[in-house]
Design a protein around this ligand. Sequence first.
Ligand code: NAD
Length: 441
Amino acid sequence: MDTSSATTPPPVVAKASTPYTRFQDTLKRVIGKIDMNDAERAFFMEPQHIHKKDIAVQLDNGTTQMLPAFRVQFNNARGPYKGGIRFHPEADEAEVKALAALMSIKTAVVNIPFGGAKGGVQVDPKKLSKSELQKVARAYVQAFVDHVGEDIDCPAPDVNTNPIIMAWMRDEYEKITHTFSPAVITGKPLSFGGSLGRDTATARGGFFILEEMIERAALDPDELKVAIQGFGNAGMSMAHFLHNSGYTVVAVSDSQGGIYSPDGIDPVRIEKYKRKTGAVAGEYCEGSVCDIQRMKIDGVEHITNEQLLELPCDILIPAALDNVITSENAAKIKAKYILELANGPTTPEADAILDRRGVSIIPDVLANAGGVTVSYFEWSQGRSGEQWTAEKVDRELKRVILDGYKSVRREARREEMTYREAAFSVGIKRMLDAMRARGWV
Ligand code: NAD
């Protein structure tokens, strides 16, 4: 069943908190301060299109599993829809809608010519074989092929999806449409139309902002301690950038928990054990059984993901899932700076508590915009047939992301807003200008 719809924004009614209502909380606070009429305001409250299908995937044991799949296209006033595809057991419509909305704000904050979208498949990819995973990827494209295209909507990787999956998806799209479409999907392998620097782009963009912020605050990286939740694409790359620049990474974690060492941990060593054992604590622990003696000698503690957030450190970097900093733990967070590499890690209630406590938050729509920025570079290279050098990608990423940071800082100062509100304000105003220019509103 395809329940695609071009939605006329319905009135917003109070309901239990979901990722989307949390997005709307911030949105409503900010659009109340922007000069726009009711019709314009309604445009921001709901996505333009919600596409949903149950995709059928035949498993290796011969049975067929139906998986709920989503593509939400929030707004394309500024350019083709753009946003990742997530494979996760908890991916649902509210989550994908919220992520699509954040993508629209994000592309506008860094001023790249895209709109915002997001995709998801409700599946646990850890339970699938490689061939089953490939079937899910191809079935996703078959389901949404009419809504995707180089000038229409360009997907990318997100949680639990990677360059190999993007390559399968591009291949499926080209097979169905009988086209050569290297720009239809970004985050592809280098050998199949990818861009240099895309694998580390999300962390690299966040790192550039952090460096600028630390310099402006006249702080010394050598004296700063950082805790990072999540050791995947975003978190692991960030740990390397920080460690190599003199910061002390005191803790990292993955879905199985983490490790903490006040004197600092070496991300190269952690990566080695993560690859070998599947866990960041793999050097010391097998499941929940840890070699306490060895941990004591090395000055390392095994911690939970909840404990990581409350550790003594200067900078906290959520780089895993959403909704982890809440009203329950916001008062216990000791970091003075939070850089949101994950999407939606902080609830609005936690935001307010942290703001009152003077904690500076670089919000997701700015902090992790490096990924979509280099996706834009990859898309441009796909369209032109050019291959940029790693130096050019790095230089252009730094320029684009720091321009975005500057716009947000200015807006925060001028409107006396938090950085999150200011980022939303910058993004919404740019989207509004484009919608007005098109005569939509
Ligand atoms: P990933 O799949 O590569 O890594 C996710 C990490 O989170 C893994 O280390 C995993 O073990 C850990 N994790 C999973 N469940 C957890 C839990 N319950 N508690 C703690 N850790 C858990 O994903 P990624 O690409 O690094 O994405 C991480 C976050 O960054 C997501 O919020 C994603 O939307 C956001 N993001 C990623 C990109 C990108 O280009 N990869 C771009 C923008 C935003």
